[in-house]
Design a protein around this ligand. Structure first.
Ligand code: FE
Length: 353
């Protein structure tokens, strides 16, 4: 098991390009130096400690060596695009179906045909053409202050556009793909006009200009800056199980509300994987993806990331079980990618900064 950790900046400026070029050369040398027995090279947006132990298990089971490069999701995709056919990467592991759709459209992925992947991953959580596959499921529920909000006051994402929530909502910026994917799901269900109306009224209810990540929204609700937010479930999970007392205290001041349970269900997304079009170790790469949907890997990987297993029948971790079962939107997640550009336009028009 070999790890190289490169944190790449997200801005495409000159310095970044130089950095990127040297990173590419480095990664080629890095992987070349291990070209011997059966192996597979991974670019992972998942942090090393959230994936390394399961990759070691894979090596134990299969005898296939795994070389890992970790970095930020958008930077890794950009890197794969820049490297093109010379990329040493076999597998890309990243988050959000919207991103995997971008990778597919950038022609850096190849299709896979695998009965194991197809029977383990529900249809809506993989690409219809076989370019990418979900590995874990994350939900984006409503999180609220249980001091100031009663769950009976909550119902759907759409209802958060009601004027009664004026100055009560905190949410991160529209640059972030999580909100773009949520808006894309609304577009898919309700069309552009309805979604624009919703987004426009929702934005008017913001207690402050969008800022920070999902954890910062939870902290803002806990601190009384707003009453309600939208966050990916694992951020709350990580805060609840954090070693940092301030995070635990904030997380204990909020609760999860599962929206749209009487209609289409709560918005969900995935972390997933794909095989690069440049892959020179396709057979080994498919074996690794198949291993990641085995019961053992699903249990560990979902628990470690505080996400939901993608494979039906595998229990979520105890932390997640406290939030109860919920109905998830059954939308095919490819739609989130297809509608991403329209979602960004709607958010822009509505003034979601
Ligand atoms: Fe995240």
């Amino acid at each position: 098991m070999v790890i190289q950790n490169l944190i790449l900046g997200e801005q495409m400026n000159k310095r970044y390009l130089i950095k990127l070029k040297s990173a590419i050369v480095l990664s080629m040398l890095f992987f070349a130096s291990f070209a011997s027995a059966a192996e597979v090279n991974i670019y992972s947006a998942r942090k090393e400690d959230l994936i390394k132990p399961i990759l070691e298990k894979f090596t134990q089971h299969s005898g296939i060596e795994v070389n890992l490069i970790t970095g930020k999701a958008d930077a890794l995709l950009q890197r794969l695009i820049s490297e093109g056919r010379n990329s040493p990467a076999d597998i890309i592991i990243t988050t959000d179906a919207g991103r995997l759709y971008r990778a597919k459209n950038a022609n850096i992925l190849q299709t896979i045909q695998s009965d194991i992947l197809e029977s383990s991953i529900p249809e809506q959580y993989r690409d219809p053409d076989g370019y990418w596959f979900g590995l874990t499921l994350r939900a984006r529920p409503i999180v609220y202050s249980f001091d100031r909000v009663k769950p009976e006051q909550l119902s759907t994402y759409e209802a958060l556009s009601d004027v009664k929530w004026k100055n009560k909502i905190c949410v991160r910026s529209s640059d972030n793909i999580y909100n773009q994917s949520l808006v894309a799901s609304l577009l898919s269900h309700a069309g552009e006009e309805e979604t624009y109306k919703w987004t426009n009224s929702f934005v008017k209810n913001f207690a402050r200009p969008p800022q920070g990540g999902d954890r910062d929204q939870i902290k803002a609700v806990a601190a009384g800056q707003c009453d309600v937010t939208l966050v990916n479930n694992y951020y709350l999970g990580k805060m609840l199980t954090s070693k940092n007392e301030v995070e635990v205290e904030a997380a204990n001041k909020v609760k999860i509300f599962w929206p749209n349970q009487n209609d289409r269900g709560a918005h969900v997304n995935i972390s997933g994987a794909a095989i690069s079009s440049s892959s020179k170790n396709r057979t080994e790469a498919i074996k690794l993806l198949e291993f990641l949907v085995s019961d053992e890997a699903q249990q560990w990987y979902a628990e470690k990331n505080l996400e939901y297993p993608i494979k039906p029948g595998i229990q979520p971790s105890e932390t997640l079980q406290i939030w109860g079962e919920f109905r998830a939107d059954s939308l095919n997640l490819n739609k989130l990618g297809e509608l991403n550009a329209e979602a960004v336009m709607v958010m822009d028009r509505a003034g979601w900064k």
